[in-house]
Write a protein that binds this ligand. Structure first.
Ligand SMILES: NC(=O)c1ccc[n+]([C@@H]2O[C@H](COP(=O)([O-])OP(=O)(O)OC[C@H]3O[C@@H](n4cnc5c(N)ncnc54)[C@H](OP(=O)(O)O)[C@@H]3O)[C@@H](O)[C@H]2O)c1
Length: 485
């Protein structure tokens, strides 16, 4: 039992993420950490294994609240969903107005908005916080994306800055915006992560099948790429995975891993939210659907019975080197599209929900701790520093130059993939999106004509104001009409 409050922060939920975050907090000057878990065993284990952390172990919510100095600050790291709601209910019961409840789980931002409104009504602050970096990030320094009120940020800011990853001297945490803004940005981060991983996987597949190189050889190519403009955590670990040999069979590990990609749903959330907001995130969508396709063995059982192309374009010798450089450039260009689309979704979300999100700050807090950490994020930060209200990220001068440099290679790779029957959905849809942006006129005019024909949905004209309808079933004359979308 604790008698006087001694902890400035508490963690509820001591599975791998919560216990690592608690240890990270405890290791920083000035923090004393109270810990609580639903089942007692995890708390006992943590206290026994890490006496150096000086944890204040508690075994009920009343004890937990009594251990915390005011304003009480609790970070919840439990299974997202019903578990989070159960813990919030308990904390609201034992906390007081002005105290702070932080949900560090992967909650859907709309749940966070609902919870924030309900908890705020009690006078307690509720902060939905995105945490990226997995177990290691939680322990050594994650990228943190807190939402919530300005009041809570005053208390939380110093605590979170003390545990976040450091990138180029700056802690990877910023107050993203109010209520669900932090979880929204974390969701899009994960969506971008899906796209980035899919693009890397397509690059690997194209090189493997296009040149016949082995995983070990491709590992060296990725290691080399990691020394240039593609430098990133994901490229780095790709080389590591490709280099790994299975101890049991002696084969490359990548060849014995079942080729069905799992997903925990944040990619799908990003796409569903983008559909609701009406913003294109085709790269993220393709990446999400590519995982779905991989995970349907009953659909994939037709492999081998479907006709393929006659062409088997193989790049060998010097051609192989050119092909690989083309793949690198296509990967970079597609990656620019994925990030541009992701930041477009954050802009749209901010406009929809009234969040004042500093996109440059978001790109800076992703430079360390998180899975998509990359040099490249500095270029995004530069772009928003130059033009804070940039509508389409990829139109910033650095990206335009990169796309100029990459685009012939990008087109060759998409052509080659189509000709040889190697699936490259994220590469090709990124290029199609780019060409859609470039187009002076889109066939959307025809779609409007079709919509007017079958549903009298009306259309606008390029040469005069107003809304019009053509009398398709009669004399086909045009008349002004009331807009009907
Ligand atoms: N793993 C990652 O890389 C990662 C990265 C970022 C964010 N996250 C998020 O961090 C959170 C924690 O992840 P995790 O992998 O450490 O743990 P987890 O497996 O998602 O959840 C296990 C924890 O939740 C507790 N819990 C479950 N239902 C509960 C309930 N109804 N009431 C109270 N506690 C309940 C469990 O308590 P018991 O011990 O009593 O069962 C245990 O402490 C999740 O929201 C996850 O999405 C994970």
């Amino acid at each position: 039992m604790t008698s006087t409050p001694s902890a400035n922060v508490g963690v509820v939920g001591l599975a791998v993420m919560g216990s690592n975050l608690a240890r990270n907090l405890a290791s920083r000057e000035g923090n004393t950490v109270a810990v609580l878990n639903r089942s007692r065993g995890r708390t006992d284990d943590l206290l026994a294994e890490h006496p150096e952390a000086g944890f204040v172990g508690t075994f009920s919510y009343d004890e937990f609240a009594a251990a915390l100095t005011v304003p009480r600050t609790a970070i919840i790291m439990v299974q997202a969903g019903a578990g989070t709601d159960a813990v919030i209910d308990e904390l609201v019961r034992v906390f007081e107005p002005g105290d702070i409840i932080v949900d560090g789980g992967n909650a859907l931002f709309t749940d966070t908005r609902r919870r924030e409104a309900a908890v705020r009504a009690t006078g307690i602050n509720f902060v939905g916080m995105g945490v990226s970096g997995g177990e290691e990030g939680a322990l050594l320094g994650p990228s943190l994306m807190p939402g919530g009120s300005d009041e809570s940020w005053t208390t939380l800011g110093p605590i979170l800055r003390s545990i976040a990853a450091i990138a180029e001297g700056e802690p990877c945490v910023t107050h993203v915006g109010h209520d669900g803004a932090g979880h929204f940005v974390k969701m899009v981060h994960n969506g971008i992560e899906y796209a980035d991983m899919q693009l890397i996987a397509e690059a690997y597949d194209l090189i493997r099948r296009g040149t016949g190189k082995s995983p070990a050889e491709i590992a060296e190519i990725f290691a080399e790429w990691n020394r240039g403009e593609l430098e990133s955590y994901l490229i780095e670990i790709t080389a590591e995975v490709l280099r790994q040999v299975d101890a049991e069979t002696g084969r490359p590990l990548v060849d014995v891993i079942l080729d069905q990609a799992g997903a925990k749903g944040t990619g799908a959330w990003t796409v569903q939210t983008a559909l609701d907001l009406g913003v294109p995130v085709s790269g993220i969508a393709e990446a999400t659907f590519a995982r779905s396709l991989s995970s349907h063995p009953e659909q994939r059982s037709v492999s081998g019975s479907l006709p393929g192309p006659s062409a088997t374009v193989a790049a060998t010798g010097a051609d192989a080197d050119l092909f690989i450089e083309d793949v690198r450039l296509a990967l970079f260009a597609s990656k620019i599209v994925a990030y541009s689309q992701g930041f477009g979704e954050i802009r749209a979300g901010a406009a929809q929900y009234g969040w004042n999100i500093d996109l440059g700050a978001v790109s800076r807090i992703w430079r360390g701790g998180c899975i998509i950490r990359a040099q490249f994020l500095n270029r995004i930060a530069d772009a928003y520093a130059q033009t804070p209200d940039l509508t389409v990220l990829l139109t910033a001068p650095y990206f335009v130059e990169a796309l100029q440099r990459a685009q012939d290679a990008w087109r060759r790779i998409v052509q080659n993939a189509a000709a040889t029957g190697i699936p490259a959905p994220a590469f090709s849809s990124s290029l199609a999106y780019y060409d859609g942006l470039r187009a002076d006129r889109l066939p959307a005019a025809l779609i409007q004509g079709q919509r007017d024909f079958f549903g009298a949905h009306t259309y606008r004209r390029i040469d005069k104001d107003g809304t019009f309808h053509t009398n398709w079933s009669g004399d086909r004359t045009e008349a002004p009409a009331t807009s009907s979308h």
